[in-house]
Every structure is written in structure tokens, then in C-alpha cells.
Design a protein around this ligand. Structure first.
Ligand code: FE2
Length: 176
């Protein structure tokens, strides 16, 4: 499956399924393009001057979904964050340690979260987040080499900007 076929498949999955099912369905297909060493150009894998890098790979003309490459410098830790829209991602190269969090209360103003699970993602591994809540996580590159992940997001990633609603802080509670 090449990028063109993958995009057609994602478009069909988005059109034919309830949105809450879409990230898991895309996760079945994402490994097929992650193994293609020609998927990303040198520009897509370029290290950012600071923070993490974000490069558009494909924007669906209907604004149904976007594919971006994220570049994670050695050692970087993202803020703990939730999301504006659904997300399926996979590792193209390197290692990403993802920690999932739970907000300590349902209050919309709550920005305290406790870690519930840590997952180490290797090249070819994919993950997705629940839609409409329960989607708080942190991304960490624990190695001394850059890592690159490929993200499929609902909507137009240029119009939406960073896929973050809120930034959380970790509370002292133990992992549940
Ligand atoms: Fe995220």
C-alpha cells in the first residue's frame, strides 16, 4: 500500500464509520505505510530548531483528515496534553515512550492528571487515542537519536493548528 492508497482507505473509513471507531480502524492500515522507507522526504524528517518538528505529509481536500510527520529530538518530553480531534499515530523511526494519563476530575477546568500506563513504541508500532475524552498523554523520546512518528488526525491540521486543547500537570498520585 502506498501513501495514495492509504489516503483513499482512510477517506473511506472516515466516510463509512462513526467517528469514535475511526482511529482504531486506521490503526489496522497504518503499519502498511510505516514500513515504506520512501514514505517521508528529508524535509519531513528535518529536526526543528527547538521543540518538536511537525511537517504536513498529506491534507485531505475535504478536510476529513490530515497526515503529519512529527520529529522528536533526542530526549525531548512533550507537555501532558489532550486533543482537539481524533488521532492514530505510529513510529516511523526511533523510539517513542508514550505515557497515558487520567484527569483527576471531570471538571472542565481540571488540569491535574495521574499517569496510568506507559507504552514504549518501536518502529512500525501504532497507537490511537479514544475520541471525546480519555485522550491525555505525553510523548517522550528516551533515546539519544531523533525519532519520527506519523500521525493521522481528524480535520485539517493546518486550520486546526497544534492538536492540543489543554496542557496538564502530573500530580503526585501513584500509577493506578
Ligand atoms: Fe498528542
Amino acid at each position: 500500500m502506498d501513501l495514495n492508497q492509504f489516503c483513499k482507505t482512510v477517506g473511506r473509513l472516515v466516510a463509512d464509520n462513526p467517528v469514535q471507531n475511526v482511529p482504531a480502524l486506521i490503526a489496522d492500515y497504518l503499519p502498511e505505510i510505516l514500513g515504506d522507507r520512501d514514505l517521508l522526504s528529508a524535509e519531513h524528517k528535518a529536526l526543528p530548531p527547538e521543540g518538536y518538528g511537525r511537517h504536513d505529509v498529506f491534507l485531505c481536500p475535504n478536510d476529513d483528515f490530515s497526515i503529519i510527520a512529527a520529529v522528536w529530538p533526542a530526549g525531548i518530553v512533550s507537555p501532558i496534553h489532550d486533543h482537539k480531534t481524533w488521532c492514530t499515530f505510529g513510529v516511523f523511526e526511533g523510539v517513542i515512550q508514550e505515557t497515558l494519563y487520567r484527569a483527576v476530575s471531570d471538571d472542565p477546568s481540571c488540569t491535574d492528571a495521574v499517569p496510568v500506563e506507559m507504552i514504549e513504541h518501536l518502529p512500525g508500532d501504532v497507537a490511537h487515542l479514544p475520541v471525546g475524552g480519555g485522550d491525555i498523554h505525553c510523548m517522550h523520546n528516551p533515546t539519544d537519536k531523533a525519532a519520527v512518528s506519523v500521525h493521522v488526525y481528524g480535520g485539517n491540521s493546518v486550520k486546526l493548528g497544534p492538536n492540543v486543547v489543554k496542557v496538564y500537570q502530573e500530580t503526585a498520585a501513584a500509577i493506578a
